[in-house]
Design a protein around this ligand. Structure first.
Ligand SMILES: NC(=O)C1=CN([C@@H]2O[C@H](COP(=O)(O)OP(=O)(O)OC[C@H]3O[C@@H](n4cnc5c(N)ncnc54)[C@H](OP(=O)(O)O)[C@@H]3O)[C@@H](O)[C@H]2O)C=CC1
Ligand SMILES: O=C(O)C1=N[C@H](C(=O)O)C[C@H](O)C1
Length: 238
């Protein structure tokens, strides 16, 4: 497959290696210095684009792909306030777009465990719930996209929680997400339920970025035959 990489940083470089190992061709590497070259790519020259860039530029990169007829998947976090506009464009252009806050297979199974546990804990009102996410110090956004997806899984199922906040809150209806930044940590997420008598904790620890990158390449292999807005639930049939 002919793959364009949009963003050639930590993720872009690992994705390149995995894609080459799986027999794909990298036909473009778009980064800050050659960002204008993206406008010259189209669906004839690129089978699929993989976008891991930065919150400030992701939306423009994605709209260019959709307008130029390139199926595109994005892992960039911190730009999702613009997702409804992008979804509208995808519908208007009959395009193909995939988004996941986390491409690791393990995290997507963890999302389901989180929802199941939240359902069980809904009637158990003696338990307080909070979350912690830990990432490397270069991360630009907080809380992480993965933490937001986990928080949505709690909020959809635990009625005593109304919204998440990225701090430690005294308000019973607020779900705390604590963001910690430590050198070299690829991504650790935990959800805690605490009562006077015991604690329950679920935790996912990424040992490297390989799981995110492999998931993105597997989705890229699947995506060109799809239409519309797709997610990991569609890909994994969860
Ligand atoms: N969904 C998932 O599974 C995962 C998501 N992520 C997310 O992916 C994103 C990228 O992560 P990571 O690779 O670690 O970050 P990096 O900062 O290492 O890489 C981002 C790259 O984007 C480049 N860039 C800047 N402007 C543009 C532009 N206009 N077009 C294309 N590229 C540009 C940057 O260049 P320069 O440095 O020169 O500015 C940099 O090389 C983040 O939002 C992160 O949260 C990360 C891991 C997994
Ligand atoms: O910035 C990162 O590194 C990561 N970002 C994603 C997120 O915000 O959830 C996924 C992963 O945790 C690594």
């Amino acid at each position: 497959m002919k793959i364009a990489l949009l963003g050639y940083g930590k993720m872009g470089k690992i994705i390149e290696q995995i894609a080459l190992d799986r027999g794909h061709e990298i036909v473009a590497k778009i980064d800050k210095d050659n960002a204008a070259d993206l406008a010259n790519l189209n669906g004839d020259t690129v089978d699929v684009a993989i976008e891991f860039s930065m919150p400030a530029v992701a939306y423009d990169n994605l709209t260019t792909c959709i307008k130029n007829g390139i199926p595109v998947l994005s892992g960039t976090t911190g730009w999702l306030d613009k997702l409804p506009e992008l979804e509208q464009l995808v519908a208007e252009q009959n395009g193909t777009f995939f988004y996941a806050s986390n491409y690791s297979i393990g995290v997507n199974l963890f999302f389901k465990v989180n929802e199941f546990l939240a359902k069980l804990m809904n009637p158990q009102k003696e338990y307080e719930v909070d979350m912690v996410e830990i990432h490397h110090t270069e991360k630009l956004d907080a809380p992480s996209g993965t933490a937001i997806t986990l928080a949505e899984g709690v909020l959809d199922n635990v009625e005593r929680k109304a919204k998440w906040v990225n701090e430690s809150s005294e308000k019973a209806e607020e779900l705390d997400i604590i963001s910690l930044r430590e050198a070299e940590v690829p991504g650790t997420h935990s959800v805690h339920y605490r009562s006077e008598v015991d604690d329950i904790e679920i935790k996912h620890t990424a040992h490297s970025r390989k799981g995110f990158a492999l998931g993105a390449v597997l989705v890229a292999e699947w995506l060109p035959k799809q239409k519309g807005v797709c997610s990991m639930d569609d890909f994994l049939k969860l």
